[in-house]
Design a protein around this ligand. Structure first.
Ligand code: ZN
Length: 136
């Protein structure tokens, strides 16, 4: 049995493309960026910024990688649904609301909680599909 040490760039990009297409946010651009977090969705630019720690991924990172991508896709779906400017306003309103309640603007943010649940709920399905298709 051969254990792949790294997932090829092509396969990684293919997984991302399949996910963007499935969730109907194909217009989202993906770029690598050096950052503290795993990823970020830049709502102004419609860009999914992925940490350079995912430049090359190992099979052991695939679960976190999929959760991260699907989490950010949820933000992109919301931006598409409401219009990005309106969603940006809604998101900022929620941040300010949480701060006013002495809560955390991200951890307690309903859009962050929804996006994380969406990632957690859906990653396994894609894990199985991508494994079956030999993408990792
Ligand atoms: Zn998020």
């Amino acid at each position: 049995m051969i254990i792949k040490e790294f997932i090829s760039e092509t396969n990684k990009n293919q997984m991302i493309a399949i996910l963007l297409k499935h969730y109907k946010v194909e217009s989202v651009k993906v770029k690598l960026k050096s950052m503290k977090d795993h990823a970020n969705y830049d709502v102004d630019r419609g860009t999914l910024e992925l940490s350079t720690k995912y430049k090359t991924i190992k099979p052991s990172q695939i679960k976190q990688f999929l959760i991260t991508i699907i989490h950010e896709i949820r933000h992109a779906m919301d931006a598409k649904k409401y219009g990005w400017k309106r969603f940006k306003g809604m998101y900022e309103y929620e941040m300010n609301y949480q701060i006013s309640q002495n809560k955390d603007e991200y951890k307690d943010n309903k859009y962050e909680i929804e996006a994380e649940e969406f990632g957690q709920k859906n990653y396994m399905k894609w894990y199985r599909i991508f494994k079956k298709d030999n993408l990792f």
